[in-house]
Design a protein around this ligand. Structure first.
Ligand SMILES: [Zn+2]
Length: 96
């Protein structure tokens, strides 16, 4: 599944919708070691949100950590949603 820059990720705890870049910034800021920084994966990389991947992301609002696959993806474009192994759901937005 391709992630576009206008796709939004919602936190599973507080439901706050934020763009991938905002999640990336918040998460990267919390990477303490050089190893963590090297292993960091951008959320707009589709691998980051697959079930088998165990990368965690920090919510820009409530600061809780979720696995990439647990974030709710709000897709701005319906044609790109294909079969993908996920823990959570994919929403389609037609107002973005
Ligand atoms: Zn949150």
């Amino acid at each position: 599944m391709k992630i576009y820059s206008d796709d939004v990720f919602k936190c599973q705890y507080c439901g706050a919708p934020n763009k991938a870049i905002t999640w990336d910034t918040e998460t990267f800021r919390s990477c303490r070691s050089r190893i963590e920084k090297r292993e960091f994966q951008h959320l707009n990389n589709s691998i980051a949100i697959e079930k088998d991947n165990d990368t965690y992301y920090k919510c820009p609002r409530c600061k809780k950590w979720s696995k990439g696959s647990q974030l709710v993806v709000v897709k701005a474009r319906i044609e790109e949603v294909k079969h993908i192994k996920r823990d959570s759901i994919i929403e389609i937005s037609n107002k973005l």
